[in-house]
Write a protein that binds this ligand. Structure first.
Ligand code: ACM
Length: 750
C-alpha cells in the first residue's frame, strides 16, 4: 500500500504547475491560489447536480446554489458520474489556515474542504470563478487547489458621501468583492457633501443634510455648498436607514466581508456643522468644516452617534477619519485655545490628537478598536490605534515601528479615483494616473520596514473616492479591473505574483465580468513606448507595451503611418541618430487605435550641465539635474511619470552650459496644465543667451495662450525659432504666475 501511495503522489507531483508559469492554464483564478495542481478532465455541472453540505456550511451551500444559478445550466444527457458538489468540514491536517480551503475537482465530484465558514466562502468563490471563466459555463476543469490568504485585511473603501449609491448597488459591489476574496468593506458614510446614515438621536443629519443643492459634486462644490431636502426638484442625495445598514452588514457577512463604518471627525464635517453650528468654532453654519474640539458638546455628539453606529456594525474596527483637518479655526477659537492650555497641549496638532484619544477611550470602553487616516499620527498617536497610511507609505512605516497595526493604502498605488488610462480617452477623473499594472506592482510591506515589523502590516486597501464618479456604471468602471489586481496584491504570496501571468488570467476574467454585466474599463489599445538612451553611442533602444494581450504591432522609423507592410515588432530594437518612430496595434490587418509617435533626437543640450537658479520641487524631482537634458520627453498621461520636473510656487530658472560656443537655432520646452491638482502653464517663457554665464541677453519671449478655464490635462510646447546666434550658455525662465506648480520636461536645443 505504502508503495502505491508513493507512486500516486509522485505522479501528481509531476503535474504540479508552479503558479507563476501557468500561461494558458484552465485554472485562471484571481487572486492566484497558493497551489494549483491541474488534472485532466472536467466536471460538468448541470441542472441535476446535487449540492451537499455539512450543517455548518448550509448557508454557504445555499448561497453557492443561488450565485451559480444552476437552473440556467443546460441538462447534459448521459452524465453518469456522481455529479455532486460537497461542502466538507476539514481538520487542520487538510487545511492548515483558518481562512484557507482545499478545492478538489474530479470528473464525478467537487469537494470544498474548510475548517471555518470563512474558508468555505473562499473555496466557494474559487469554484464560482472557475464556472464563470470557462468558455462553456459549467464545464469545470479538474484540479486540486490548496489556498490561503497572505494578509488578513484585504479592503476596499467606498465613498458614498460625494455620490450616493443605493443598497441594490452596494450588494452588487459586495458580491464582486467577495468573488475576488476581498474581506473588508470600508464604508465612508459621512463627509461635507452629505451625511448618509440614519442616526435616531439626530434625525436632522439625514432630514437636512443627506441631500444637497446640486446633482454633481463639482457643481455643488463650486456653489455656496448648501443642503437640500428630499423632494426638492434640485436636491441630490440619499441615505441608508439603520434597517438597510443592518441588511448590508448581514449580506456582507454571509459573503465573508466585514463592514467597517467611517464617521469622519474632526474635519470633513461641514454637513454636521450646517445643522449643529454650535459644534463649530464660529458657531455659524457654512463657515467651518472642522468640529470645535474645545467644546464638550462635540464629544457628547460624537459619542451619541458612535453608540448607534456600534449597535449597527459588529466590526471590531470603527474608522474615525481624522484626515485633512484644517486647524485655522482652532487657532483663533477661545474654547480650543483654552483646551490646549488646560490639557497642556503644545499646538493644534496635539489638540486633534487629544480629540482622537478621547474617542479612542470611548471605543475601547465599547470593546472596539479605532482606525484612522495617517494624520492621527500627527500630534501623537492614540495608544491602541490602527493607522491607514494614505499619504504615501511613511505613516505606515512610522506606525509599524511604534508597534501599531497598519493598513497600507498609499495614493500612488491604491487610489482608484485616479485615471487608469490616457486621460484624453477617459471620463473626467480627479487626476493622477494608476493603471491596473501599477496597482499590481504594489507590495504592501514597505522595503524600508525592518522584517521584524512586517507583522504589523495587516494588509492593503483600494480607495474609491467618488467626487467624479456620479453613477453606478461609472463606479464599476473605476473598480474593474483594478480591484482584481488589488485582490491578488493582498491575497497571494509575493513569490506567487507575476504581472504577465496575471494578465493572462485576466483575459478570462473579462468573460466573467461580461457574464456578470460589470461595466469594466476595457484594456487600452494605445501603445506605451519605452526608451533607453545611450548618449555616448547616440542610440536609443525602443520597446512597446500594451494592455492588449499579445498584440500585433507594426512600426516605421520615418514618421509615416504604419501598415502591415511596415516593420513587425518582435521585441526591443535600436534606433540611431534622429528618427521618428510611429507604431500601432493591428487587428485583422487594420489599425486598432491611433498610432503613437516618438521623436528620437540627440539634440545639443543632451547630457549637458544644468544649473538651477531657482530650485525644483523636492516632491517632484523627476531625474533631478538630468531631467531637462536626458533625451526623454515627459509623457502625455501624468506629471508623475518621472520625466516631468515640478517647480512649486517659485519660477523656473535654469541655465544650460553647452560646453562651447555654438549656434543656437531653436529651443523647445513643454509645460503641462491640469488645474485640479494646481498645475498651471507659466505666464510666459523667456530664452536668454550668454557667452560667459553671467551677462545674459534676452532673445525671445513666448506668452502662454492656454486659458485657466482649460482644466483637463493639456500640454503646450513653447517652440522658439532663433537666429542661430552663437552662445555657450542658454537660460530658460518660466514665470509661475499662479504660484501653483509648473511641470516642465526636456529642453530641446538645436
Ligand atoms: C484621504 O484621501 N483624504 C484619506
Amino acid at each position: 500500500m505504502r508503495k502505491l501511495k508513493y507512486h500516486i503522489a509522485l505522479l501528481f507531483a509531476v503535474l504540479i504547475v508552479p503558479a507563476s508559469a501557468q500561461t494558458g492554464s484552465r485554472v485562471a483564478i484571481i487572486p492566484q491560489p497558493s497551489q494549483v495542481i491541474e488534472r485532466p478532465g472536467i466536471f460538468k455541472i448541470d441542472r441535476s447536480t446535487k449540492i451537499k453540505s455539512e450543517p455548518i456550511f448550509d448557508r454557504i451551500a445555499s448561497l453557492f446554489a443561488m450565485q451559480s444559478d444552476l437552473k440556467t445550466f443546460a441538462p447534459i444527457s448521459g452524465n453518469v458520474n456522481g455529479n455532486e458538489i460537497l461542502f466538507s468540514l476539514a481538520g487542520k491536517d487538510i487545511v492548515a489556515d483558518s481562512a484557507g480551503y482545499r478545492l478538489m475537482i474530479t470528473p464525478g465530484k467537487i469537494t470544498i474542504s474548510a475548517r471555518t465558514t470563512t474558508g468555505a466562502i473562499n473555496g466557494m468563490q474559487s469554484l464560482l470563478q472557475l464556472i464563470l471563466l470557462q468558455p462553456v459555463k459549467g464545464e469545470v476543469p479538474c484540479a486540486e487547489i490548496n489556498d490561503h490568504p497572505r494578509f488578513g485585511y484585504r479592503g476596499v473603501m467606498l465613498d458614498v458621501s460625494r455620490n450616493f449609491f443605493p443598497v441594490s448597488y452596494i450588494k452588487h459591489f459586495l458580491d464582486l468583492m467577495s468573488l475576488y476574496k476581498m474581506n473588508k468593506f470600508h464604508w465612508h458614510l459621512t463627509d461635507g457633501p452629505g451625511w448618509r446614515l440614519e442616526i435616531k438621536k439626530y434625525p436632522e443629519l439625514t432630514s437636512k443634510t443627506a441631500f444637497r443643492t446640486h446633482r454633481t459634486w463639482k457643481e455643488w462644490w463650486d456653489s455656496p455648498r448648501h443642503y437640500s431636502t428630499e423632494g426638492d426638484p434640485n436636491g441630490y442625495g440619499g441615505y441608508y436607514t439603520q434597517t438597510e445598514a443592518r441588511e448590508i452588514v448581514a449580506y456582507a457577512k454571509q459573503r465573508g466581508i466585514t463592514v467597517i463604518p467611517e464617521i469622519e471627525m474632526p474635519g470633513h464635517s461641514d454637513e454636521v456643522l450646517a445643522v449643529f453650528p454650535n459644534l463649530s468654532c464660529s458657531g455659524k453654519p457654512f463657515k467651518n468644516g472642522e468640529l470645535c474640539l474645545g467644546n464638550d458638546s462635540t464629544f457628547i455628539f460624537l459619542k451619541n452617534v458612535l453608540s448607534e453606529v456600534i449597535a449597527i456594525f459588529p466590526s471590531e474596527y470603527i474608522h474615525v477619519g481624522g484626515d485633512e483637518a484644517d486647524q485655522s479655526a482652532w487657532k483663533t477659537c477661545p474654547k480650543c485655545q483654552k483646551r490646549i492650555k488646560d490639557e497642556k497641549l503644545k499646538n493644534e496638532s496635539e489638540l486633534q490628537s487629544y480629540g482622537i484619544r478621547r474617542i479612542e477611550q470611548f471605543l475601547i470602553s465599547k470593546k472596539r478598536k479605532l482606525l484612522g487616516w495617517d494624520e492621527i499620527l500627527d500630534g501623537g498617536l492614540a495608544p491602541a490605534a490602527t493607522v491607514m497610511s494614505w499619504r504615501g507609505e511613511q505613516g505606515g512605516i512610522t506606525a509599524a515601528n511604534m508597534g501599531h497595526d497598519v493598513v497600507m493604502t498609499p495614493g500612488s498605488y491604491c487610489y482608484f479615483d485616479h485615471y487608469q488610462a490616457d486621460p484624453a480617452t477617459q471620463p473626467l477623473a480627479i487626476g493622477g494616473y494608476l493603471t491596473v499594472e501599477n496597482v499590481y506592482s504594489y507590495e504592501p510591506v514597505p522595503a524600508e520596514l525592518d522584517p521584524s515589523r512586517a507583522k504589523f502590516i495587516l494588509g492593503a486597501q483600494a480607495n474609491i473616492w467618488t467626487e467624479f464618479i456620479p453613477t453606478t456604471e461609472h463606479l464599476d468602471y473605476m473598480a474593474f479591473p483594478r480591484l482584481p489586481a488589488m485582490a491578488e496584491v493582498t491575497w497571494s504570496e509575493k513569490g506567487n505574483r507575476n504581472y504577465e501571468n496575471f494578465k493572462t488570467r485576466l483575459q478570462s476574467h473579462y468573460r466573467l465580468l461580461q457574464r456578470l454585466n460589470v461595466n469594466y474599463c476595457r484594456p487600452s489599445s494605445r501603445l506605451e513606448v519605452g526608451t533607453k538612451f545611450d548618449n555616448e553611442a547616440k542610440k536609443v533602444a525602443v520597446n512597446f507595451k500594451s494592455e492588449q494581450f499579445n498584440p500585433v504591432i507594426y512600426y516605421t522609423l520615418d514618421g509615416s503611418e504604419p501598415t502591415t507592410a511596415s516593420y513587425l515588432y518582435k521585441g526591443n530594437f535600436e534606433v540611431s541618430g534622429s528618427a521618428i518612430v510611429s507604431a500601432a496595434i493591428f487587428e485583422n490587418g487594420l489599425i486598432k487605435d491611433k498610432s503613437v509617435r516618438l521623436e528620437v533626437d540627440f539634440h545639443k543640450a543632451i547630457g549637458k550641465k544644468v544649473t538651477y537658479n531657482l530650485p525644483y520641487s523636492k516632491n517632484y524631482v523627476a531625474q533631478k539635474e538630468q531631467t531637462l537634458v536626458n533625451g526623454y520627453r515627459g509623457g502625455s498621461l501624468t506629471y508623475g511619470d518621472g520625466q516631468w520636473q515640478g517647480f512649486e510656487s517659485n519660477d523656473m530658472d535654469v541655465t544650460i552650459d553647452l560646453e562651447k560656443s555654438d549656434a543656437v537655432k531653436s529651443l523647445a520646452i513643454s509645460f503641462m496644465q491640469q488645474t485640479g491638482p494646481g498645475v498651471y502653464m507659466p505666464d510666459f517663457v523667456e530664452v536668454s543667451l550668454s557667452d560667459n554665464g553671467k551677462d545674459f541677453r534676452k532673445v525671445k519671449t513666448i506668452t502662454n495662450d492656454i486659458p485657466l478655464t482649460q482644466t483637463v490635462l493639456t500640454l503646450k510646447n513653447f517652440q522658439f525659432t532663433l537666429s542661430g546666434e552663437k552662445a555657450r550658455y542658454v537660460r530658460v525662465f518660466a514665470k509661475n504666475g499662479q504660484k501653483g506648480f509648473l511641470f516642465a520636461d526636456e529642453v530641446i536645443v538645436y
